[in-house]
Write a protein that binds this ligand. Structure first.
Ligand code: MN
Ligand code: MN
Length: 316
């Protein structure tokens, strides 16, 4: 497949879209890790603190409250990779396998871990049940930040099937309807972008979420310093995605809003990476991303996609 004509409609039509879909999947996975590494530097800072320190934060530098090395990622990318490994090992999305993978990851003494995630994994270790009890309080962004492997492994499935697969991984730690609805929306946006949907198509999916639950309305006021609440997170992500027209602008807009910037960066990264493709990611960001993480992202993107109904049906 000639790489030089990557971006053409001809290629998309000629091979049924499989090669282009694979490249967009790689863009999504690299985008996730890049957003995490870029945003990690400014996580928990306010926009004015970021302005004072960097004017505009636009380079992968490391540092931040976690004292990251340059290009290092955090729990967002690590948990996505752990979930991806569990799917590849089991050959399908499986709650038990996901819970075991998250537990192994927690045993590796990760650089950071959310409270809800820690509690969910601890409960799984104690009870052996991979589904944490429903909780009105657990509407954090921890299930959404790691959901990308679900989008890839279930590409071509019905929305109900994608939702069920996501609940299996999400409910290990976050058994909450607002988290489920927001995460399903993010998954559908990634899948639509993988299949060639444009920004307007993604905005229509966001609008469906807002119509179903107006708390997600992102048009009302500018989000700054977003918390780890899934609603704050996704409103920020939508504002950045829909106010810009390329990967770099969306990412810079997002992380400079501060707050939970590694996670908003990761989610913008996976959606914008699928939307604009890996050719839209500034090379300076890919170059500085941790080498091992970069290779794992590229490999998982391709292997997870191979499991999907989209590829199994021969379209890939
Ligand atoms: Mn993180
Ligand atoms: Mn975070």
């Amino acid at each position: 497949m000639p790489v030089s004509v990557l971006n053409t409609e001809t290629l998309f039509l000629a091979d049924g879209g499989g090669d282009l879909v694979k490249r967009r999947a790689i863009g999504a996975y690299l985008g996730l890790a890049i957003g995490d590494a870029l945003g990690g530097t400014v996580e928990f800072l306010t926009p004015s603190e970021i302005r004072a320190a960097y004017r505009v934060h636009r380079d992968i530098l490391g540092g931040g409250w976690l004292r990251l090395s340059r290009g290092q990622v955090t729990d967002d990318t690590q948990m996505a990779l752990a979930l991806g490994r569990s799917i590849l090992c089991a050959g399908r999305v499986d709650a038990e396998a996901a819970a075991a993978a998250f537990s192994d990851w927690m045993r590796s003494k990760p650089i950071d871990i959310g409270n809800t995630v820690r509690r969910g994994i601890a409960t799984y270790r104690r009870t052996g049940n991979p589904e944490s009890p429903p909780s009105e309080l657990d509407a954090g962004n921890g299930a959404c930040m790691r959901c990308l492997p679900i989008a890839l492994a279930t590409l071509g499935s019905s929305t109900a099937e994608v939702d069920a697969a996501n609940r299996a991984q999400a409910h290990v730690t976050h058994n909450n309807p607002t988290s489920d609805a927001g995460t399903l929306c993010a998954l559908r946006m990634v899948q639509t972008a993988l299949l060639g949907g444009d920004r307007a198509a993604l905005a229509a999916i966001a609008e469906e979420l807002v119509a179903a639950d107006p708390v997600f309305d992102y048009a009302r006021k500018r989000c700054e310093n977003p918390s780890g609440f899934i609603v704050d997170t996704l409103r920020t992500v939508f504002q950045s995605l829909f106010a810009t027209d390329n990967f770099e602008a969306a990412m810079v807009d997002c992380v400079n809003r501060g707050g939970d910037a590694d996670t908003t960066g990761a989610i913008v990264g996976m959606i914008a990476g699928a939307l604009y493709g890996p050719w839209g990611i500034p090379p300076r960001w890919t170059q500085h991303l941790d080498r091992e993480v970069q290779l794992a992202c590229i490999e998982q993107a391709q292997e997870l996609l191979k499991l999907s109904p989209f590829c199994v049906a021969g379209q890939g």
